[in-house]
Design a protein around this ligand. Structure first.
Ligand code: RP5
Length: 163
């Protein structure tokens, strides 16, 4: 099936974090592709990826990067597709550097920035699905079911001492 979401990341070392985005898209049955595309180490590839993304059928791009995390912003500068940015938790500064690098975009180039780390990656997958669901009734139903399951999990056992 043609990928609707493109997940890119600056390094293979980002995968343990970005896997949470992929897991959410799997759960919601949204087709996606995954690639390492580095703003600094493979800049030509990044431009090619961003410029061709729409014509290849992608609808949303998720970019995860750590440290000097320029990947989502530079990607957004080269496409009209919505770009979601995931700040990967960096070794030196716990992802604060990643967060600020991704969030502090200049006006006129938009990146939707998520939380640092696993929760941000998970939510990037969810948000990408929610964007796609605005024109997909069946996907909307799957997201509603996910929300209901999440609620039921808590309500069915509210005692935190019980597994
Ligand atoms: C960034 O530098 C990547 O997104 C990664 O989070 C960070 C470190 O990369 P590696 O040195 O682990 O390849 O470009």
């Amino acid at each position: 099936m043609t990928a609707l979401v493109g997940i890119i990341m600056g390094s293979k070392s980002d995968w343990p974090t970005m896997k949470h985005a992929a897991d959410m898209l799997d759960l919601l049955e949204v087709p996606y592709e995954v690639n390492v595309v580095s703003a600094h180490r493979t800049p030509d590839l990044l431009f090619e990826y961003a410029k061709s993304a729409q014509s290849r059928g992608l609808k949303v791009i998720i970019g995860g990067a750590g440290g000097a995390a320029h990947l989502p912003g530079m990607c957004a500068s080269q496409t009209v597709l919505p770009v979601l940015g995931v700040p990967v938790k960096s070794r030196a500064l716990n992802g604060i550097d990643s967060l600020l690098s991704i969030a502090q975009m200049p006006g006129g180039v938009a990146v939707g920035t998520l939380a640092i780390g696993d929760a941000g990656a998970k939510n990037s997958g969810l948000l990408a699905a929610q964007i796609l669901a605005t024109s997909d009734a069946e996907l909307t139903q799957r997201i509603l079911q996910f929300q209901q399951n999440q609620t039921n999990t808590i309500l069915s056992q509210p005692d935190p001492r019980v597994e």
